[in-house]
Design a binder for this molecule. Structure first.
Ligand SMILES: *Cc1c(COP(=O)(O)O)cnc(C)c1O
Length: 812
């Protein structure tokens, strides 16, 4: 049936009655949400089935994107937008006296990830479907999502986030018992000769039932729905007798309980490794089961299947795929290996050495001994292949198992045909520094794929005010091809457009100001500059640099209350890893500085500091449209790409940035005049490392401004940070400031004072904002995914135009 307001209203009322025997007036918000999501889901399921059938009928090569994190956020509105239903449903609900934005509050924010990595995976899911690609996600259905963050006395407190039990749970998923697979872990294994192959015999292995929950990934106005498959761990029915107590059962069921278990102890580490093998094995087994059903030769499997390893967490895909080809399908090692390397591809997400995954050989042996055997054989053959070609040091540096550790990145590179970085600078650093040995060995395997974002969520959905201005200016073609936003460049001297850009931002700032008032009680003025830093709290991201600057301005104003500055609201959103002590100390200090400044009458509302609790996708959607300034101030070389930098520019914020990650590519697009660049470059940072010539205490001793600002952390100027103030002071002085905060401080102040100057000229500022939005379309994940599809996966879009009758609107 065609979707019209009338049809929708009837379907919605009927569903509410069927599910709850209620009418609109008597239903709670949860019930309204449940009925609404049910109408939406049952409308896209027929397209979901058809999409799958199309893949089969046309024998499409498919990609499976393995990621230990996905961060989709709420799906209700993005599904409505992608189905072409948003306006109709909005109107229909209004007619019933309801409001979509109220109903949406009943949906829990699906937070099965920590930050950028998981959000990228979710933007890619949106783009794969929207571009019509045969692409599936594969991950873990954590019972607890990323912790809920609260502040108590300025300290971060972590509360469990039992997202499946709040409200009505996850209304989008479909449990598929019929697709369950068994995953073997633990125990011992030995090989027995059986005819002409070796058969692995397992003793005492634990069998876990992996049950998939499928979530539809709805493509934008193309009637194309892909699958995100998330796995849950259960006890097999015929094995229940082995687990007579609740404790014994819990060991199995806890496997998929928490995202990133505390890895400060052995048990936590082992649990994480078990999670990795669990979702890898379940995913690869289900891919193989499907492939074998159609009785095609295994020697052409790489023509039909691509498996992508998002960061090293799923790197065991390589060994698991080999295991099935060898142990279950009895391929020769050579044939199996040839196919494996062709099937697999890998994305590296970081050069921070502490984040490069290594596992103890003993631990891997206890988690899956057969996988260790296979990895050891891959390693032996790798070493043998280099005999006489490379020196011993090279081999030791690059082999997979060295010093009783399994190097997952080495496994991922050796066992795949493609390794990509996530921004130009990052890929360059992989080639010339972190992975340079591998680059000399396999230059053809390395390539760059700069990250991107799903503009649909971050502009069309999150920012209706700006969307409206753009639509009125250049029409709506950019909704299906975001690069067309560039047509806005023709309006940089159009006073009325520039003025409307400013008005839209102002409207968004008012909305955020109201939210800040409700959430924190703090009053902020939309006339002030909204200066935003939102991202995980990490030393390299340098929230501390931002904080030092805030303290500096505060001290200046205390000394000279008549100092003329444009009022600013500093907005932070950031979670720290629960065991990351230093990051938590920074949170405490920001909160105490906020208290001090927000309650100081001398400041006359010239400064406000707002640290919003529980940063996540849902909060990001509120903050980003209201941002004037985007803080992207990581130490050069440390941020692989960043994606909040892209979201913020797209929504018209002006970036203050170091030449790091994708900031460089943003600068290249918008031009030097429309971004504020400061600080050390990558080469300067590397030179300091090389010459050991950075001495941060010189800055403290010789620069009176820095001296005064740092003293504020230890002399009582900022109250209630006895321990934390000293910790931070020491890290920046005696411990030599690992991230060059003091070195970049002055130049950062310079960039910020330029902002102050330019913001006073609103038409100039709004023109810069327009130019940023106009170039935001170059960072679309639709583009990024098209490059992955053609360069790495060799998959084809099953034509965007195929079923797009009725303007692509999904039928009811
Ligand atoms: C985009 C996004 C991130 C990534 O932010 P970076 O600044 O690129 O690290 C993290 N968390 C959420 C909720 C996001 O939406």
């Amino acid at each position: 049936m065609e979707i019209t307001k009338k049809n929708f209203v009837e379907a919605f009322q009927k569903r509410l009655e069927q599910k709850y025997a209620l009418d609109v007036n008597d239903a709670t918000n949860n019930e309204l949400y449940d009925a609404l999501s049910s109408v939406i889901k049952s409308a896209y399921t027929s397209m979901w089935r058809k999409t799958w059938k199309d893949y089969l009928q046309t024998d499409q090569k498919q990609v499976y994107y393995f990621s230990i994190e996905f961060l989709p956020g709420r799906l209700l509105k993005s599904n409505l937008l992608n189905m072409g239903w948003l306006d109709i449903v909005n109107d229909g609900l209004n007619e019933l006296g309801l409001n979509l934005d109220d109903i949406v509050q009943a949906e829990s924010d699906m937070a099965l990830g920590n930050g950028g990595l998981g959000r990228l995976a979710s933007c890619f899911m949106d783009s794969l479907a929207s571009e019509g690609f045969p692409g599936n996600g594969n991950g873990i259905r954590y019972k607890y999502g990323l912790f809920k963050q609260c502040f108590v006395n300025g300290y971060q407190v972590e509360l469990p986030n039992e997202w499946l039990k709040t409200g009505v749970g996850n209304t989008w998923e479909i449990r598929r018992d019929s697709k369950a697979v068994m995953v073997k872990m633990g125990g011992h294994v030995h090989l027995e000769q059986k005819g002409d192959y070796l058969e692995p015999v397992y003793d005492d292995a634990t069998i876990i039932r992996a049950v998939p929950y499928d979530v539809g990934m709805v493509g934008y106005e193309n009637q194309h729905v892909n699958t995100l498959r998330l796995w849950d761990a259960e006890i097999p029915e015929n094995e229940e007798i082995k687990y007579p107590t609740i404790e014994a059962r819990r060991n199995i069921e806890d496997l998929t309980s928490v995202l990133y278990p505390d890895d400060s102890n052995e048990d936590g580490k082992r649990l994480r490794l078990q999670q990795e093998y669990f979702f890898v094995s379940a995913g690869v087994q289900s891919i193989m089961r499907h492939y074998l059903k159609y009785k095609k030769s295994l020697n052409v499997i790489s023509d039909y299947i691509a498996i992508h390893i998002n960061d090293t967490h799923p790197a065991m895909c390589i060994a698991e795929f080999m295991r099935i080809l060898l142990d279950e399908c009895h391929l020769s090692w050579e044939d199996a290996w040839r196919q494996t390397v062709k099937v697999m591809s890998y994305t590296n997400h970081t050069i921070l050495s502490e984040a490069l995954e290594k596992w103890d050989v003993q631990m891997l042996n206890s988690v899956q001994p057969r996988i260790l055997q296979i990895i050891a054989e891959i390693d032996n053959r790798y070493v043998a292949s280099l005999a006489g070609k490379a020196d011993g040091d090279f081999i030791e540096r690059t082999r997979i198992i060295a010093g009783h550790q399994v190097h997952m990145a080495h496994l991922a590179i050796i066992g795949s045909h493609s390794t990509n970085g996530v921004a130009k600078l990052h890929t360059e650093l992989l080639k010339t520094d972190v992975l340079k040995d591998f680059y000399t060995l396999y230059p053809e395997r390395f390539n760059n794929k700069t990250n991107g974002i799903a503009e649909r969520r971050w502009l069309q959905l999150a920012n209706p005010a700006l969307t409206k201005v753009i639509d009125e200016t250049i029409g709506t073609k950019w909704h299906t091809d975001v690069k067309l936003l560039h047509e806005l460049m023709e309006y940089t001297n159009d006073k009325s457009v520039i003025q409307k850009i400013g008005a839209a931002k102002h409207e968004n700032k008012k909305i955020l100001a109201d939210l800040i008032k409700v959430k924190t009680g703090i009053e902020v003025s939309p006339e002030a500059i909204f200066d935003v830093q939102i991202k995980r709290l990490h030393a390299y991201k340098r929230q501390l640099l931002n904080l030092l600057r805030i303290v500096k301005i505060y001290l200046d104003l205390k000394e000279n209350p008549d100092l003329s500055i444009v009022p600013r609201v500093f907005i932070f959103g950031a979670k720290a890893a629960p065991s990351y002590h230093y990051a938590k100390s920074i949170i405490k200090c920001i909160n105490e500085v906020a208290n001090l400044i927000n309650n100081d009458v001398d400041i006359q509302n010239k400064l406000k500091v707002v640290f919003l609790e529980n940063y996540g996708v849902t909060l990001a959607e509120k903050i980003i449209p209201a941002a004037d300034v985007s803080e992207q101030i990581s130490t050069a070389s440390k941020e692989a790409s960043g994606t909040s930098n892209m979201k913020l520019m797209l929504d018209g914020a002006i970036t203050v940035a170091t030449l790091d990650g994708a900031n460089i590519e943003i600068k290249d697009r918008v031009g030097n005049e429309n971004i504020f660049i400061f600080g050390l470059t990558k080469d300067e940072v590397y030179k300091y490392y090389e010459n050991h010539s950075y001495h941060s205490s010189d800055y403290y001793n010789n620069n009176p401004v820095i001296h005064r600002v740092l003293d504020a952390f230890v002399d009582g100027t900022i109250p209630n940070i006895q321990a934390e103030g000293h910790e931070i002071f020491d890290s920046l002085t005696y411990l030599n400031d690992d991230y060059f905060v003091l070195c970049d401080f002055e130049d950062y102040l310079r960039a910020q004072s330029e902002i102050d100057e330019i913001y006073r000229d609103q038409s100039r500022w709004n023109k810069m904002s327009l130019i940023n939005t106009a170039n935001g379309g170059f960072f679309s994940s639709d583009d990024t995914i098209r490059s992955y599809a053609s360069d790495i996966w060799q998959i084809k879009s099953i034509t965007k135009a195929k079923r797009v009758d009725n303007n692509g609107k999904y039928p009811l």
